[in-house]
Design a protein around this ligand. Structure first.
Ligand code: SDX
Length: 431
């Protein structure tokens, strides 16, 4: 953060002198006006949904929504998707620089050696009904991880923060696969240390003790890219939840569990599952116009899932890479003419031409194509947001670590109170 000599001058009725507010500049993006002193003047800012509010400063990820730019550590997501891999991006988010060859190998070994979960954790799954939504299970078991690691919960200890980050990144795929296996009534598959991160996830998902299962390398590469595209995304709702929970000093497993809960909503990470449910509800191309009309109807709560974004008012750069990955996977699986993909492409074409969507700058977002890929791979819709949570874990824990390792205050927003003014208690006889 660069302290500028710029100040903003705020003139407020009833306050004689203009209020001078300091301004700060970042490396990229808008300047910010520091309004923290307003409370001393008897004023609050008002910004429901935090549309114009920078809640923190961060070095990790930069988004330029008007130009469809997403940078991690300064590197464009398109270049990372083409040349990097998920664990390398995890390293970048945790350390601020891309790893050397040796650092990358050591990091991969560290993550690999943390992929197993405590045997007793498997008992937690048995408390859930077989048809429990996997996100409900993930909220529970990720929060429960803190019950197993009393040796590393001192958030002021850098080593504890580091080992916790490695444990979470390593164990999320194992827990995600376990939540799937549990729903299928199949035995949990132990991770294999001879497989890469994404291939290991596919093995734990689709392997069984009855026969050898080797993941398709093209599908594994697509899975790795899906994790990579979800890794971090500035101060989105679930990351802000992790930061707010972390600002109280809560342990990182509980904070990430809070992030998982926030991600579950259909307006956020639940959108990938909602896209497939929407396409299934539309049924076929002949009904697309009917549903586009519903999406435009102010009196109809229906929205086109997978479209629009709080920040991107241009194409979500992740959606472009996801669309390309979609074609690669469907081609590899020989399902290129999938009716679902055709319907999605028709919907996208309409949305990119229809004035309602064009005027509101509603483009496909990261969730629009990801579900089509995941379904083609054989992953059930209810697991889509679990995949998102798995991919987003390095972002959550890197943002948490950035806050905890620096100076921070407990997050405590205020409000515009619209309730009754002070009044005396009304005895029952007078009500
Ligand atoms: C993610 O923040 C992040 O970075 C999130 C994320 C990440 O990586 O963490 O990128 C992941 O959550 C992507 C978004 C996934 N959600 C969806 O696809 C659900 C569908 N999208 C919408 O619910 C909506 O676009 C949001 C929630 C994503 C953004 O909502 P905003 O910024 O609050 O926008 P808004 O509701 O103020 O909408 C502006 C206008 C409104 O119309 P008007 O009142 O101006 O006439 O656009 C309309 C909205 O009604 N609109 C839509 C729409 N999205 C917005 N109309 C129809 N279909 C839609 N999808």
């Amino acid at each position: 953060m660069t302290d500028t000599n710029k100040t903003a001058s705020l003139t407020v009725p009833g306050i004689a002198e203009p209020i001078e507010l300091a301004m700060h500049s970042g490396t990229l993006g808008p300047d910010v006006i520091d309004v923290s002193k307003l409370v001393g003047k008897g004023l609050f800012t008002y910004d429901p949904g935090f549309v114009s509010t920078a809640a923190c400063d961060s070095d990790l990820t930069y988004i330029d929504g008007d130009n469809g730019v997403l940078l991690h550590g300064g590197y464009p997501i398109e270049q990372l998707a083409e040349h990097s891999n998920y664990l390398e991006l995890c390293y970048l988010l945790l350390n601020g620089e891309l790893p050397t060859k040796q650092q990358a190998e050591e990091f991969e070994t560290t993550i690999t050696n943390h992929t197993m979960v405590h045997e007793q954790l498997a008992q937690f799954f048995r408390g859930f009904r077989r048809d429990a939504h996997p996100m409900a299970i993930m909220c529970g078991v990720v929060g429960a991880l803190s019950a197993f690691y009393h040796d590393s919960l001192d958030i002021d200890e850098e080593h504890h923060r580091s080992v916790t980050a490695h444990r979470l990144i390593a164990k999320m795929p194992t827990l995600a696969a376990m939540s799937y296996k549990y729903s299928q009534g199949q035995p949990f598959m132990y991770p294999r240390n001879d497989l890469g991160y994404a291939a290991n996830f596919l093995y734990m998902m689709f392997g069984t003790p009855c026969e050898n299962y080797e993941p398709n390398p093209i599908i594994a590469k697509a899975m790795d890219r899906i994790f990579l595209l979800h890794a971090d995304h500035e101060q989105n709702a679930s990351t802000s939840t992790v930061r707010l929970a972390g600002s109280t000093g809560a342990n990182p497993f509980a904070c990430v569990a809070a992030g998982i809960a926030a991600l579950w909503g259909p307006s956020h990470g639940g959108a990938n599952e909602a896209v497939l449910n929407m396409l299934a509800e539309i049924g076929d191309e002949s009904r697309i116009d009917e549903y586009v009309a519903k999406a435009k109807d102010k009196d109809d709560p229906f929205r086109l899932m997978g479209f629009g974004h709080r920040v991107y008012k241009n194409y979500d750069p992740r959606a472009k890479v996801m669309q390309q990955t979609c074609h690669e996977v469907l081609s590899e699986l020989g399902v290129e003419d999938s009716p679902t993909l055709k319907m999605a492409q028709r919907l996208e074409q309409i949305a990119l031409e229809d004035p309602y969507f064009v005027e509101r700058k509603l483009y496909p977002n990261v969730d629009f194509y990801s579900g089509i890929i995941l379904k083609a791979i054989g992953i059930p819709e209810e697991l889509f947001t679990v995949i998102f949570a798995t991919g987003r874990t390095p972002g959550w824990i890197a943002q948490w670590n950035e806050m905890i390792s620096g100076s921070y205050k407990i997050g405590r927003p205020r409000q515009l109170y619209r309730g009754p003014a002070k009044r005396d208690y009304t005895p029952m006889a007078k009500r």
